[in-house]
Design a protein around this ligand. Structure first.
Ligand SMILES: NC(=O)C1=CN([C@@H]2O[C@H](COP(=O)(O)OP(=O)(O)OC[C@H]3O[C@@H](n4cnc5c(N)ncnc54)[C@H](OP(=O)(O)O)[C@@H]3O)[C@@H](O)[C@H]2O)C=CC1
Ligand SMILES: CC(C)(CO)C(=O)C(=O)O
Length: 299
């Protein structure tokens, strides 16, 4: 069997929760990586799920010059992508692979409009991590899906990206239909994130009966928008999936809950906002999603 080719170097943008998990995986596997951070107190340590501390490589303020055999990892929010690309675009080779890793939609469009020829892989993860000053704690084990609309699964860059994610936030698997995987995750985030943020509750509380009606109405809207994108799921499947994730992450406070609590910009535009704008284009009414966008923005 031929040896797997790795990326020569991975440039990770930010020292966020998920980015730090990825760096810790590369640190452990002794793969070359760099971090571009901008905080006054950058993350130095990742505490693993089993409480083992891993020291991360020192950060640098700039993106390093990257070659065709390197990887740019963007584990940042959709609304942070344009700034990151402004800062990194000139450091990219036309064949540097770019990896997107975030909740919500719109990231692929931003990157492919700005860098239409760039090899691009898109990933979504259900691992949980929490950033507290200069430490990140791996709080929940999950899995990661990855796919691409411009690299074949057999290309070495696809294999290398999958291998990297398996080392850092595995188990990871290649999805031939990433659009489907992203919509499924979007549906979960569109229910759990705003409802936990607005009701100030951990994820597990959403399994209580008093939230069931709102969750069902929300999932009915989301299922009809997904249907308009040729993704055929029933309201029942969406509700069950949301409740399963809420139960599996019962003690977690969702990322939107944390953003609201810390008065940070939320990802509502890339989550429920994306559902609303997709629905508008198709002439579908989604009043509950629209109301959640309004309510989160009013926080
Ligand atoms: N944390 C989790 O458990 C999970 C998160 N996700 C998703 O993954 C994505 C990332 O989440 P998470 O890691 O939690 O987010 P964080 O806010 O912890 O991480 C993003 C980090 O990147 C930094 N950053 C953004 N742009 C730049 C830039 N141009 N240069 C340098 N640093 C930059 C931010 O800095 P600053 O603070 O200054 O903005 C921030 O520290 C989100 O879409 C989230 O929804 C998905 C699954 C689970
Ligand atoms: C899966 C879930 C809801 C876990 O909290 C999440 O992705 C988030 O908080 O953004």
């Amino acid at each position: 069997m031929p040896a797997i080719k790795h990326f020569n170097f991975a440039q990770v943008i930010g020292d966020g929760a998920i980015g730090s998990l990825i760096c810790a995986g590369m640190e452990t596997a002794q793969l070359p990586y760099g971090r571009k951070t901008r905080s006054t107190m950058p993350v130095t340590t990742l505490e693993t799920y089993h409480n083992k501390p891993i020291q991360l490589a020192s950060d640098r303020g700039n993106c390093q010059r990257l070659t065709a055999d390197d990887l740019l990892v963007l584990p940042i929010k959709v609304h942070q992508l344009n700034t990151a690309l402004d800062e990194c675009e000139s450091a990219l080779h036309p064949n540097t692979t770019v990896m997107l890793l975030q909740n919500g939609m719109g990231g692929e469009e931003i990157v492919s409009q700005r860098l239409p020829q760039q090899p691009l892989v898109i990933a979504t993860t259900s691992h949980g991590a929490y950033k507290d000053n200069n430490r990140v704690k791996h709080t929940g084990l999950g899995e990661t899906k990855i796919g691409s609309n411009n690299i074949d699964a057999g290309h070495w860059k696809a294999t290398a990206a999958l291998q990297l994610l398996n080392l850092c936030i595995g188990p990871a698997r290649w999805e031939s239909n990433m659009t489907h995987a992203l919509w499924s995750k979007l549906a979960v985030n569109a229910v759990i994130n705003p409802l936990t943020a607005l009701n100030d509750i951990p994820n597990g509380e959403l399994t209580q009966n008093k939230y069931r009606n709102e969750i069902e109405l929300l999932c009915t809207e989301i299922a009809s928008v997904m249907h308009s994108q040729n993704i055929h799921v029933s309201t029942r499947e969406l509700v069950d999936n949301c409740l399963n994730v809420a139960a599996a992450t019962a003690k977690n406070f969702s990322s939107m809950h944390q953003d609201v609590a810390h008065k940070r910009k939320t990802e509502i535009d890339a989550i429920n906002g994306f559902i609303v704008s997709t629905a508008q284009k198709k002439g579908i009414d989604v009043p509950i999603n629209a109301l959640l966008v309004q309510k989160i923005k009013a926080r």
